[in-house]
Structure formats: C-alpha cells, structure tokens
Design a protein around this ligand. Structure first.
Ligand SMILES: C[S@@+](CC[C@H](N)C(=O)[O-])C[C@H]1O[C@@H](n2cnc3c(N)ncnc32)[C@H](O)[C@@H]1O
Length: 277
C-alpha cells in the first residue's frame, strides 16, 4: 500500500506510460464512457449536442461536406460522423471501442445512413486512403506523446488526397494556466464509473510548466483488482501546433475557435486547426 501511494505521488517523466486503450476498451469502463458520450449533463466524453451541431455546421460552411470522402478518427458513438453523413459526406468512422461502434452502427441503421465504421487503432492499423477530409475531434491529439503525434499526422497526410484537409482541435496555453496540481481520494469517487464493485479511487494531478503538459494519474483499487490510468494532456498555442504539423508535412491554413469557426483568440477555449496535405 505504501509503495503504491508513494509511486502515485511521484511525478513521472512526460508520456512515460500510455493507458488510453484501457480507458476506452475495458468492457465496463467503455460502457460507462458510452453513457457519458450520450449524457447531455456532462462534456466528459463528448461535447453536448448543440455544440456538436454548431461545429459540424461551420465544418460544412468552411470546408464543404456534401460528396466528400471524410474519415472521422476516434469517432466514438458517431455523433459527428452521423451529422456529416446527413450533410451528404461519405463517412468512414474509425475507433477502437467496440461498445461505441455498436451504438454508432445502430444509429446509422436507424437513420438509414451509409456510414462505414471500422474497429481499429488509428496509431497502428491500416487506415482508409483517398480522403478529402480527416477529422480528429475532442482534443484526442493532446493525449499523445510527441512521437505518436508526429507519426499520426504523417499517417493522416498519407490518407488525404492532395489538397485534402485535416481538421482537429487542441487544448490551449490559456487553458493550461487555469489548471492546478492536486491529490484526492475517495470511495467510489465517480459512482460506478471505474468499477461495478465497491472501490477506492486516488487521483493525482501533475503539471509540467515548461512543457505545458498536465497529467491526471488515477489508481483504482477494488476487492478483485487494481489498475492505473495516466491521462496526459498537452496544451498548445497556434505557433507550437503549426510547427509540429508542418514538421509532419501538412500546411496549417487556419487557427479557429472550435465552437464557432471564427478566428481563434486566447479567450476562445479550444483551438481548431485546418491543415492541408
Ligand atoms: C474523447 S472521445 C471523442 C469521441 C468523438 N470524437 C466525439 O467527440 O464525440 C475519444 C475517442 O477516441 C477513441 N480513441 C482513442 N485513441 C484511439 C486510437 N488509438 N485508435 C482508435 N480510437 C481511439 C476512443 O475510443 C474514443 O471513442
């Protein structure tokens, strides 16, 4: 117990562990995540419907969706994929959560939409080519190490037709300034989110000021098992994100406020980047 807690309170090297797959593919947690995706009372897994509607609206205005081949990486339960298909895009959704994809497929069938959903790891598995647009939404980019980010943007570059667009969003340096270090614990701290059984959850938040990086580190202990989750979040400004996207071969055309599609300002929250192959 002492060594577990001692370890939990030690600040690890940036991106020294990757646990994102546990968060989205553990059968219990993935089911709870799906509930969060669809819950209009929380933004924990997906943004709420009016915000998503607004985002798809400006994607359509700025880039044009009708008749385009669009691949939504990390599509989750298909909230964006469905809306883009309704606007006439030929959509492929890629995600490694079987639970979310089952919901996405059922929605597509119910709405009579022809969306191709693929269960795959976008960091490692084959991805579709000849795309006009690739999307990666809800700051998933920020959870990746610098090496994984470079490799992913290079993969996306290969997915796109010449002149095709990669649209994604990132957290920003003003949002990093609002974060604080903390250590908390509780019994069933998020209800039954982490486990259906009685459990204890410990959370430590570390900030890496120079790197503009935050880590939310969790240790979950119930009668049968213990597991750890490392949630890394990299925060960017238009210059830092443009430089790394350019290094992977794409050209950044616009830095926009995610929710409105208007030019980004430091008060605007998440930053959406439009980059061209
Ligand atoms: C924060 S959710 C966002 C879902 C969706 N984009 C939205 O905003 O509603 C992140 C999604 O990315 C998926 N994901 C994360 N890493 C992935 C990977 N390496 N390969 C495939 N899917 C991944 C998760 O399963 C999850 O559905």
């Amino acid at each position: 117990m002492y060594s577990d807690l001692d370890d939990l309170n030690r600040k690890p090297e940036p991106f020294s562990r990757y646990t994102t797959d546990t968060l989205w593919t553990d059968p219990w947690i993935a089911q709870k995540m799906l509930e969060y995706h669809l819950d209009q009372g929380t933004d924990l897994a997906s943004r709420r419907v009016p915000i998503i509607d607004g985002i798809v609206d400006w994607f359509d205005r700025k880039i044009g969706l009708s008749g385009k081949a669009v691949c939504d990486l990390g599509c989750g339960p298909g909230l964006y994929a469905t809306r883009m298909a309704e606007r006439g895009a030929q959509v492929t959704g890629v995600d490694f959560s079987a639970v979310s994809l089952a919901h996405a497929r059922a929605e597509a069938t119910a709405k009579n939409l022809d969306i191709a959903y693929r269960q795959a790891d976008y960091l490692a598995d084959d991805l579709p080519g000849d795309q006009d647009i690739v999307t990666l939404i809800y700051c998933d980019y920020c959870t990746l190490s610098p090496q994984s980010r470079q490799s992913l943007v290079r993969r996306i570059n290969r997915m796109l037709k010449p002149g095709g667009t990669f649209v994604f969003d990132v957290y920003t340096v003003p949002q990093f300034a609002a974060r604080h270090e903390a250590a908390t614990y509780g019994r069933n701290p998020m209800g039954d989110f982490w486990s259906p059984d009685d459990h204890f959850g410990f959370q430590t938040t570390f900030l890496y000021d120079e790197e503009k990086l935050a880590l939310d580190r969790y240790l979950i202990v119930d009668l049968r098992r213990r597991f750890e989750i490392f949630n890394w979040l990299q925060y960017f400004d238009p210059e830092t994100i443009s430089a790394e996207v350019a290094q992977a071969g794409l050209v950044v055309e616009e830095a926009l406020a995610l929710t409105t599609g208007e030019p980004w300002t430091p008060e605007a929250g998440e930053l959406a980047i439009l980059a061209r192959a």
